[in-house]
Write a new protein. Structure first.
Length: 261
């Protein structure tokens, strides 16, 4: 087992909470709208092979909310500074949902320090005639059930006790998510124009039962990122790394091994 170290780093005048464990090439995981409050099994599995770094975005969890945070592009630039501040090279960048949007926006700007990119059911673009699920209109139970294909897993999550602190952090996450993704709903009308600039090996992962961002968005991303590879996981919702962790880790590690020069 790799011990998980938690620290706070001040980057771009923002105190950021970071969890980190493992050895090897750096793997930076950017979380989705619900944040990254705990170290999860897929992170532990990846830490057997990589130096896994999981920050809580500015405005989320135990990280500060800086005055400069207005949109996803701000976070893309922030993580370029983050990579530089931590002295990371040859980064395997992985982002889910909102984090996938941030990762794509970052990579469209610069891949200088990246070795590979993995987008897991990312937000960020709009496909005409294919509406996303509106997470702002769902209550907590609806959101949880719509996130997972396996309703037994959804029920287990709903049954978990939630502390007052966790409720406060969830509200903070929801407020920041609304600020970043309210209008237009979870996409940047200009991002699609620049995804062709991504020039590192790119894996796109989707669950075939995703009700938040439908699987039709997978081929759309693939068509916009040159040479990218799309993998669709069966019997899976919006969070493949949580719902199908073994399959997800196998896909990601296999892809990185193939991408490595």
């Amino acid at each position: 087992m790799n011990a998980v170290k938690e620290s706070t780093n001040r980057i771009a005048d923002c105190a950021v909470n970071i969890k980190r464990a493992g050895r090897g090439a750096p793997l930076l995981f950017l979380h989705g709208a619900r944040g990254a409050p705990r170290w999860l099994p897929f992170m532990a599995a990846l830490a057997e092979r990589f130096d896994v770094i999981v920050p809580e975005h500015p405005g989320f969890g135990r990280s500060e909310t800086p005055e400069w945070l207005d949109n996803v592009n701000d976070l893309a630039f922030f993580y370029l500074d983050f990579i530089k501040a931590l002295g990371l090279k040859g980064v395997h960048l992985v982002g889910n949902s909102l984090g996938g949007w941030i990762a794509a926006a970052l990579a469209a700007r610069s891949t200088h320090d990246l070795k590979s990119l993995a987008l897991v059911s990312p937000a960020g673009i709009h496909v005409k005639g294919v509406p996303k699920g509106d997470i702002f209109m769902w209550n907590n139970e609806q959101l949880t059930r719509n996130i997972f294909a396996d309703q037994k897993l959804a029920e287990a999550v709903l049954a978990m006790p939630v502390s007052e602190e966790e409720q406060d952090l969830a509200l903070k996450n929801a407020l920041t998510t609304a600020k970043l993704g309210w209008q237009p709903r979870f996409h940047d009308p200009h991002l699609h124009k620049w995804l062709h600039r991504i020039d590192v090996p790119t894996l796109i992962v989707w669950g075939d039962g995703d009700k938040v961002i439908p699987p039709a968005y997978g081929p759309a991303f693939k068509s916009l990122i040159p040479g990218s590879r799309l993998e669709v996981i069966a019997n899976c919702g919006h969070l493949p790394h949580l719902e199908q962790p073994d399959r997800f880790v196998a896909l990601l590690t296999g892809f990185i091994a193939e991408a490595r020069p």
